[in-house]
Design a protein around this ligand. Structure first.
Ligand SMILES: N[C@@H](Cc1c[nH]c[nH+]1)C(=O)O
Length: 374
């Protein structure tokens, strides 16, 4: 009644766990030499809808400002950071951010991300860093069961460019590929005038799974330097991950870009238990061209809401209640400081059963107040 559909208040554990995700993220970023960046929540729609970015206005939360310009609630961090970094010359390469994004298709409209963007570093260094960061961050959060999926936006785009398809059909084909609807992929691709490429695209629908599958495709695309080069790139990155003990790596060679700006490697993370996606990112070297900057750029955004849901209840620590009165309030506060790693609450009344693991009460013994467990 008082909130728009989808918006919600939250209390307790979920809020605490999200703060833990934010804090852990900041610590990870700081120790890996990132600089924090924040951009405004309200931006011009044009920043996201222009030709180089290509995001769809219909998916944004928007309104007109007094001069008739369309403003939006930030739908994407990567693009607004590119805008911000292009306005001044910076010497830093590694940027970290945390906060909300708003997309019409997101349930509740708002979702919270923590993420990194790496600008101007050699490709394999930036890409490995994104995934090393993920590994480090998950380790600190105590989340180990995460599967990394590698793909490459250029594989699908390279094959599609060899067909003669109008832009609208390419979008439809990308959608069918994304949903792994093989017959539809073949059907649309077949109208592009090249049966072999249509078959190749249809086969890509099934080209996901164990990392070793890359060998099969290297063999299959032996005479295709553009495609082989992309496979070798995925292979190199995967092997770097294996070398630091990240073993849960799979590939999806039929993966298509989920945001229009991706140009190269794509990564996603899935929780092994539920299959839920918990991070997404990739290379987007062309995004900075709109600001006349020729650079390399890669990044990754973690879904802070999903990660927060995975953490243990914040109340796993010992909970102590000290029952005091007006006279013993100061003593109770001093006593609290001796339990620095527990959750300690002071009450005047006895708490409900089960609320605390330990309850202490001050009693007056021969004129002296002493705390005793009850
Ligand atoms: N901005 C992307 C993630 C990303 C960060 N850097 C590159 N990609 C997203 O919201 O999915």
């Amino acid at each position: 009644m008082f909130l728009p559909e989808g918006s919600q208040d939250e209390i307790g554990t979920i809020v605490a766990n999200r703060s833990k995700v934010f804090e852990t993220f900041r610590r990870t970023a700081e120790q890996r030499n990132y600089t924090e960046i924040s951009t405004p929540l309200v931006e011009y729609a044009e920043t996201f809808t222009n030709e180089k970015v290509g995001m769809k206005l219909q998916n944004m939360l928007k309104w007109f400002d007094a001069r008739g310009q369309i403003e939006v609630l930030r739908p994407d961090w990567t693009t607004s950071i590119a805008r911000a970094l292009s306005q001044k010359p910076f010497r830093q390469y590694k940027w970290a951010y945390q906060g909300s994004i708003f997309r019409q298709e997101t349930p509740g409209l708002e979702s919270r991300q923590v993420g990194i963007e790496i600008v101007d570093l050699p490709a394999i260094l930036g890409e490995s860093e994104c995934l090393f960061f993920a590994n480090d961050f998950f380790g600190r959060l105590g989340l180990e069961a995460v599967m990394v999926e590698l793909g490459h936006a250029g594989i699908f785009e390279e094959l599609v460019a060899r067909l003669e398809l109008p832009a609208g059909q390419v979008d439809r084909l990308r959608g069918a590929m994304h949903d792994k609807r093989k017959d539809e992929v073949y059907g649309i691709a077949r109208t592009g005038g090249n049966k072999k490429i249509a078959e190749e695209l249809a086969a890509l629908v099934d080209a996901y799974g164990p990392f070793q599958m890359i060998e099969t495709y290297l063999e299959r695309w032996k005479g295709e330097p553009e495609l082989s080069e992309k496979l070798k790139h995925i292979q190199k990155l995967g092997e770097t991950l294996f070398s630091i003990g990240m073993e849960d790596v799979i590939i999806d060679l039929g993966r298509v870009k989920n945001l229009p700006y991706y140009t190269g490697i794509l990564f996603r993370g899935f929780l092994k238990k539920t299959g839920t996606s918990c991070f997404s990112g990739g290379r987007y070297d062309k995004l900075y061209e709109q600001f006349n900057r020729n650079t390399t750029a890669v990044g990754i955004a973690f879904d802070a809401d999903i990660l927060a849901e995975q953490l243990d209840r914040a109340g796993n620590r010992e909970k102590i209640c000290i029952i005091a009165n007006e006279e013993t309030l100061a003593d109770a506060e001093k006593l609290r400081s001796t339990y620095s790693s527990s959750i300690v609450d002071i009450r005047f009344e006895k708490p409900q059963k089960g609320e605390f693991s330990t309850v202490l009460r001050f009693t007056n013994k021969h004129g002296k107040w002493e705390a005793e467990e009850i």
